[in-house]
Design a protein around this ligand. Structure first.
Ligand code: ZN
Length: 462
């Protein structure tokens, strides 16, 4: 067991505190029955920035490497090293030797979880240091957390730049893209469709290129920074030897700072997006659909299901065919193969496609026109009954959760525009949860606000 003491200036009062430190550790170690003093290493009144000017420190490291020490006590991180690079380098070297450092003031021990927290913060600060963080702020680790200043790299965060004080400031141009992602998502576009649309429009991402993936969209939707909050310690360095970054699922404390910076979307909109993400996840699980949203931006994609076997209906033919047919993917293997051709292989990865040994569903194929007619009939019923439905929507708008409120308001406003046939794709996207095919003339339409209508249509022949 060793102690390391240092004062950073040669002011007299600090020298006093230095003598106190030495005495304190000598007493602490000697009075503890389990501890055996390997030495007190100290540097007095030395203001050099690097470790090479600190002979006491060098002797400590040497003693550690010679195996004479198994625990180092020191008052604080700032006493141990003068900058993050040094602290990181030596704390890590000692960790590799199996030697822990106990930083008294911070309550951190480098061989347990609190040490991992320290390493995480130190490594991010070390990156920052190339931008010349002043001596005073370099060690304000705890207060960084308390003040809600993120230590992550703002250059990877779409919509924000880092301001002079380290806080996030809105980047107006990028914020527009963030708002668009939230708006499109709540208007029924799936993450993959949003990514495809941004790519097609050449909208630049955070690195200046239009390279969007579904996962970049969901990451934006889930990021709490867009509502003005800051969640600290979302990830941590698992082990400093592997440098593996892990998601923090409660292993370490998380700090949520509300209203840490200017929001880009409202709290309501952000919460609604979380509820919609959860709804979609439950929906995909219930219907065994791996991905929502088609390449052709077809609003009925992954929204039409078979009443007979529960599998989804896929469009069989390409957009230039005279009649576009939809068929239950459980209906036959042949139907699946056709669907694969029609959708460019997209169905191949779909979990809802049954295995070869499952009994085939006998549900017939249906014409796309019939699906559109069924939808229009159900919607126009809702429009016709809107006087009766309106009190219910208004009630939900007052008492529902943010997503229920949003859906009720969308239904009420869209219904007020009157009947339509066929329905605009944008409207279908915003109101339709699923369309269930009972037979080619009988359908059940579930709207996102919970309204359900059963409709009959004329049979369509090719
Ligand atoms: Zn079926």
């Amino acid at each position: 067991m060793a102690a390391y003491c240092r004062v950073s200036t040669d002011h007299e009062e600090q020298l006093g505190s230095f003598a106190n430190q030495v005495e304190y550790y000598a007493e602490l170690i000697c009075s503890h029955p389990g501890y055996e003093l390997a030495g007190i290493f100290s540097d007095e009144g030395i203001s050099g920035t690097g470790t090479k000017h600190r002979p006491g420190f060098q002797r400590l490291i040497q003693a550690c490497e010679e195996g004479k020490v198994d625990l180092v006590l020191t008052k604080s991180i700032s006493r141990f090293a003068r900058n993050t690079q040094d602290c990181l380098r030596y704390a890590r070297r000692l960790q590799q030797l199996g030697i822990g450092i106990r930083f008294e003031k911070e309550g951190i021990y480098t061989l347990d979880a609190s040490g991992e927290l320290l390493f995480t913060i130190l490594s991010s600060l070390a990156q920052e240091e190339s931008r010349n963080i002043s001596e005073n702020t370099a060690w304000g680790i705890r207060s960084l957390f308390a003040r809600g200043v993120p230590h992550m790299n703002a250059s990877c965060l779409l919509g924000y730049d880092r301001g002079v004080d380290g806080r996030l400031v809105v980047n107006r141009a990028q914020a527009k893209v963030v708002r668009r992602v939230f708006r499109d998502f709540l208007e029924g576009w799936s993450a993959s469709e949003i990514a495809r649309r941004l790519n097609a429009a050449g909208v630049p991402g955070v690195r200046g290129e239009a390279r969007w993936y579904p996962v970049s969209i969901t990451r934006i939707l889930r990021n709490e920074k867009y509502k003005g909050d800051l969640l600290m310690q979302k990830t941590y360095t698992e082990s400093f030897l592997t440098k593996k970054q892990r998601r923090n699922n409660g292993e370490l404390a998380q700090y949520l700072v509300e209203d840490a910076h200017e929001p880009i979307v409202s709290r309501e909109e952000w919460e609604a997006a979380q509820l919609e993400l959860a709804r979609q996840e439950a929906f995909r699980e219930r219907h065994r659909v791996t991905q929502l949203g088609s390449r052709t931006a077809e609003p009925l994609h992954a929204r039409v299901f078979c009443a007979c076997c529960g599998a989804r209906y896929l469009r069989l033919t390409g957009p230039r065919a005279r009649v576009q047919w939809w068929r239950c993917v459980g209906a036959s293997r042949a139907a699946r193969d056709t669907a694969e051709e029609g959708l460019g292989g997209q169905a191949a990865v779909d979990a809802s496609v049954p295995a070869a040994d499952e009994p085939a569903c006998t549900a017939p194929r249906v014409a796309e026109d019939a699906l559109h007619a069924a939808l229009a009939a159900a919607w126009n019923q809702v429009v016709g009954e809107r006087a009766a439905l309106e009190p219910g929507w208004r009630e939900v708008e007052r008492t529902g959760d943010v997503l229920q409120r949003l859906r009720a308001r969308q239904m009420r406003e869209l219904a007020s525009h009157g009947a339509a046939d066929p329905l605009r794709p944008a409207l279908v996207r915003m109101v339709l949860e699923e369309l269930i095919v009972h037979d080619p003339c009988s359908y059940e339409v579930h709207f996102l606000d919970g309204t359900v209508r059963r409709v009959q249509t004329a049979r369509y022949y090719a």
